[in-house]
Design a binder for this molecule. Sequence first.
Ligand code: FES
Length: 300
Amino acid sequence: MWDYSEQVLEHFYNPRNHGTMETVEEPDVAVVYGEVGSISCGDALRLHLKIKESTDTILDSRFQTFGCTSAIASSSALTELVKGKTLDEALNITNHEIADFLGGLPEAKMHCSVMGQEALEAAIYKYRGIEVEHHDDDDEGTLICSCFGITETKIRRVAIENDLTEVEQITNYIKAGGGCGTCLANIEDILIEVQAEKAALADRVTAQLDTSAEPAEVPNLTPIQKITLIQQVLDTEVRPMLMADGGNVELYNVEGDRVQVILTGACGSCASSTETLKYAIENKLKILVSPALTVEQVEG
Ligand code: FES
């Protein structure tokens, strides 16, 4: 028997916003759904969104799922979380926020929150007309787990995004390795590689700090490596400085060389927040990640 939180059980027994959503003939309103998994094979989620087109705001949401207690509770939580958010804000919802909304999920059930996040992305990308943009790279690369159709790319992404270091965690988050088990050694190798790459990036930050304040050479980073390094610099070099003044910073998005951040606490209301951005954050990122980076503040 899983050790579920009260919130999980509450959303399971009384799921919010369960059902489908009909297309509406209302001006300025669109209905769209995103789907992950396979409804015919089980363990699937279809998430419906009603969107006010002029403001990109989610007016309402419904879900249909085949899944366990956690899948139903996660889907229910997600429909509550997205209401009233803009599409950009909704895209910023992580699977951890879904789990946190429910007072946590058993580690072995975290894949249910991942499924919710992916269905949300699928719905929004479909609305925006972006073809298979939803982690489309995940389907490329070497197939590692044939039981669940999981590639190396997806294992790497989920490991980096959720800071996973154990094979068992990968199984809990995306099921890879949870079938015949023949892929477990390969998953282990991938996690060792990911950890080595993260350590190398951390060493690079340290070496750069120790030796020079000159901008770094433009590194040959993959998009995920770049985001990971930016996040590391914010965590280790910028956040402690801002927190000392009662502020904080969250990474919102990275588009090419544009880094969008949300300043909170004292920083968010500070008249000199633009200065803070330019001199405290942008300069750090230029030195430690790439001189091409620019930083801009977005509203949280
Ligand atoms: S190939 Fe991964 S569990 Fe079977």
